[in-house]
Design a protein around this ligand. Structure first.
Ligand code: AMP
Length: 577
C-alpha cells in the first residue's frame, strides 16, 4: 500500500466529523490493505508505532522537526521558524515549504506504507548519544521522499499531534465493515481488543483468519484494558442494583496489572505502561509465588511499618519514579491488595464469574506477604454495606467497591459489575476526573507565579466531544501550582483541542493530556460551561478544587457527561454522605 493513499485519506478525514462517514472512508482504505499492512496502518491512525506497553515513544521535539523541515525544504531554520509562528502547525509549515521546493526537486520514488512505518520505528527506537542527529537525519530522508501532503502528516505524527479525530470505536467498526460490509464483527473485535490492548495485532489476526478472533484468549505480557467502575451514591441503591454482592475495600494507591510466566515478570500501570523496573520489591514477591503463570490485578500503596498505617497518596506516588528506585523502595515499602485474577496456569478466567475469581484471589494470596487479598465481605443488606463503608472510612481508605457476584471481568468497560462508593472529601459531595484543556494567568497575589487556574472538561461519549465543567484555581499549594504550570506550558497549543466545545476563553489552550481529580460542593447549571448543555446552560461544579493529578489516567478515561448528569440528579435524592 502506498503512503500517498494513506495521506489522501487522512486529508479527507480532517474535513469530516461524522462517525458514519469516517467509518466508510476508513473501511474503503482497509479493504485495500493486505494482512501485512493492516496492523501498521492502524497504529499510524492511532498516532503510535506500537501498543503503549512496549514503551516506544516517537518523541521528537519541535526543534528537531524544524531542523528536518529546513534540511528537506532547503529553507533556513529561521525561515521555517517564522513560517511556523504564523501557521501554528509545523505539519502545515512542512507542507507549504515543501510545496515550494517541489518545483525544483524531483521525487525519486513513491514511498510505501511499510517504508514509512519502519522509518518511524527507527526514529522512535533511536536512543543514547547521537540519537537526536540520527532522528533528524531519518526524518529528513522521509521528508525528502515525501509529497507536500505526506509531509504534513509525517511531521504531525512524529510530534505526536496527528489528531485525526478517529476514535478506537470507529476503527473497530471500519475493520468489520471492510471485511463483512457491516458491523457484525464489531463486538468480537472489540472483545479481542479489550483483552490485549493492541488493535494492530487484533486486526492482523483478523485479516489472517476471522475465526482467530472468536478464539482470542488472554495471554501473559499482553495486558488487558482495565475494567472500570460505575458509581452510585448510597448503599441501598447498590443493593437494589446488584442484590447480594461482594464488597471490597477501595484503596487509594495505583493500580498494577501483574503478569508472570516462569521467571519473567511484568507490571503494568492502569494506562498499561510497563512499570516493572520501578517496583523490584513487587516483582520479587511475584517471582516467589507458586503459580507458574498468572495475571492478576491489585492496588499498590506505600505502608509505614513503624506506624502501622498507609502513607498518603502523594507519598505513595513517590514510588512511580525512574531514578533512585532502591532508596524509594526502602523509604516507601509497598503493599499490594490483589482484587482480581484474570489468568492462571494456562486458563483464561475473564469469562468466569467474580464469585469464582474471588475464591482464586483468596487461595492464591493466602500467605499474606507483600501481596495480600483486598478486604472483602459478602453482603445482602444496605446496613451491612454501610458497615463496610464506615470501616473503610475509619481506616483512612477511600471508600468501597461493590462487585456483582455473577459478572465476568469486563475488560475496558464501565459496567455495573463494579460499583464504587466513595468517601466525601471534606464537605464535598463527590469528585470527578477531568482533563485540563486550558489555563489562566494569575492576578494579584498569584501573578508572581503567573498561574490562575485551569479549565477542566469531561468527555461526552455520545458525541465524542470534550465539554467544560469547571474553572479550578484552588486546592494546590503554590509550589504544586508552579509545577503544574510548567507541565502545562510544554503542551500549549495555538488553538483549542479539535473536539472541545466551550463558551469561555482561556489565556492558553493546551493539549488535552493531563487529568486531575476535582472535588466540589455541588453541581449547578451555568451558561459558562458546556457539559450536557440544554437550553443554553450546562452542568458546572460549584466550589471546585483540585484534589490531585491523576497521572495514572488518560484523557479518554475521564468522567463522562452522562455521569455528571447522573450525579446532578442524585445529589438531591439522597441523604447519604
Ligand atoms: P476510580 O479511579 O475512582 O474510578 O476507581 C477505580 C479504581 O479504584 C481502580 O482503577 C483501582 O485502581 C482502584 N481500586 C482500589 N481498590 C480496588 C478494589 N478493591 N477493586 C477494584 N479497584 C480498586
Amino acid at each position: 500500500m502506498l503512503f500517498s493513499e494513506v495521506a489522501a485519506v487522512f486529508d479527507q478525514l480532517e474535513d469530516i466529523s461524522g462517525r458514519l462517514e469516517m467509518t466508510d472512508i476508513l473501511a474503503e482504505l482497509f479493504q485495500q490493505a493486505e494482512a501485512d499492512d493492516i496492523g501498521k496502518l492502524i497504529y499510524l491512525i492511532q498516532g503510535i508505532v506500537a501498543p503503549p506497553y512496549e514503551g516506544i515513544d516517537i518523541g521528537i521535539g519541535e526543534r528537531f522537526a524544524l531542523e528536518a523541515i529546513a534540511a528537506a525544504s532547503g529553507y533556513s531554520k529561521a525561515r521555517v521558524e517564522s513560517h511556523y509562528k504564523k501557521s501554528g502547525d509545523l505539519g502545515d509549515t512542512a507542507e507549504e515549504l515543501l510545496q515550494k521546493r517541489a518545483q525544483t526537486a524531483l521525487l525519486t520514488s513513491e514511498m510505501d506504507l511499510e517504508h514509512v512505518y519502519s522509518g518511524m520505528v527507527k526514529i522512535a527506537k533511536a536512543s543514547g548519544p547521537g540519537s537526536q542527529e540520527y532522528k533528524i537525519k531519518h526524518l529528513t530522508e522521509l521528508l525528502n521522499n515525501a509529497s507536500p501532503l505526506e509531509a504534513r502528516f509525517l511531521v504531525r505524527f512524529v510530534l505526536g499531534r496527528l489528531r485525526l479525530g478517529v476514535g478506537d470505536p470507529t476503527i473497530l467498526d471500519a475493520v468489520s465493515v471492510a471485511h463483512a460490509g457491516d458491523k457484525s464483527f464489531r463486538e468480537k473485535l472489540e472483545r479481542a481488543y479489550n483483552i490485549c490492548a493492541d488493535m494492530g495485532h487484533v486486526a492482523e489476526e483478523f485479516y489472517k483468519d476471522p475465526e482467530l478472533i472468536e478464539k482470542f484468549k488472554v495471554q501473559p505480557f499482553r495486558p488487558l484494558m482495565p475494567a472500570l467502575a460505575e458509581r452510585l451514591s448510597t448503599p441501598s441503591e447498590i443493593i437494589d442494583k446488584t442484590g447480594k454482592c461482594g464488597v471490597e475495600m477501595k484503596y487509594d494507591g495505583f493500580r498494577l496489572q501483574c503478569h508472570k510466566k516462569g521467571d519473567r515478570i511484568r507490571l503494568y500501570s492502569r494506562k498499561l505502561e510497563d512499570m516493572t523496573r520501578m517496583f523490584p520489591d513487587v516483582a520479587g514477591s511475584i517471582r516467589e509465588m507458586e503459580a507458574k503463570e498468572i495475571i492478576f490485578e491489585g492496588e499498590a500503596l506505600a505502608f509505614n511499618e513503624e506506624k502501622k498505617r498507609f502513607f498518603s497518596f502523594q507519598q505513595t506516588m513517590h514510588r512511580r519514579r525512574k531514578h533512585g528506585i532502591d532508596k524509594a523502595s526502602q523509604e516507601f515499602p509497598l503493599k499490594v491488595f490483589a482484587f482480581d485474577v484474570l489468568y492462571l496456569d494456562g486458563k483464561d478466567l475473564t469469562q468466569k464469574s467474580y464469585r469464582e475469581r474471588r475464591k482464586l484471589v483468596e487461595k492464591t494470596f493466602r500467605k499474606k506477604g507483600l501481596i495480600q487479598p483486598s478486604g472483602f465481605r459478602l453482603v445482602s443488606r444496605p446496613e451491612e454495606l454501610k458497615q463496610m463503608f464506615d470501616k473503610a472510612a475509619s481506616s483512612g481508605l477511600e471508600g468501597i467497591m461493590a462487585k456483582d457476584l455473577d459478572a465476568p471481568y469486563t475488560a475496558g468497560k464501565r459496567k455495573f459489575a463494579w460499583i464504587k462508593l466513595k468517601k466525601s472529601y471534606g464537605k464535598s459531595v463527590d469528585t470527578i476526573d477531568g482533563v485540563i484543556v486550558g489555563y489562566y494567568l494569575g492576578h494579584g497575589a498569584r501573578a508572581e507565579f503567573e498561574f490562575g487556574g485551569v479549565l477542566v472538561s469531561v468527555y461526552n461519549s455520545d458525541s465524542g466531544t470534550l465539554e467544560t465543567v469547571a474553572k479550578v484555581a484552588t486546592g494546590f499549594t503554590e509550589e504544586e501550582m508552579v509545577d503544574l504550570r510548567k507541565m502545562l506550558e510544554k503542551t500549549k497549543t495555538k488553538n483549542p483541542a479539535d473536539n472541545l466545545v466551550f463558551n469561555i476563553e482561556v489565556d492558553y489552550w493546551v493539549e488535552p493530556r493531563y487529568v486531575i481529580e476535582v472535588a466540589f460542593d455541588e453541581i449547578t447549571k451555568s451558561s459558562m460551561h458546556t457539559c450536557g448543555t440544554r437550553h443554553g446552560k450546562g452542568y458546572a461544579l460549584r466550589f471546585p478544587r483540585i484534589v490531585k493529578l491523576r497521572e495514572d489516567k488518560t484523557a479518554r478515561e475521564v468522567t463522562t457527561t452522562s455521569e455528571v448528569a447522573d450525579m446532578y440528579r442524585l445529589q438531591h435524592s439522597s441523604g447519604f454522605r
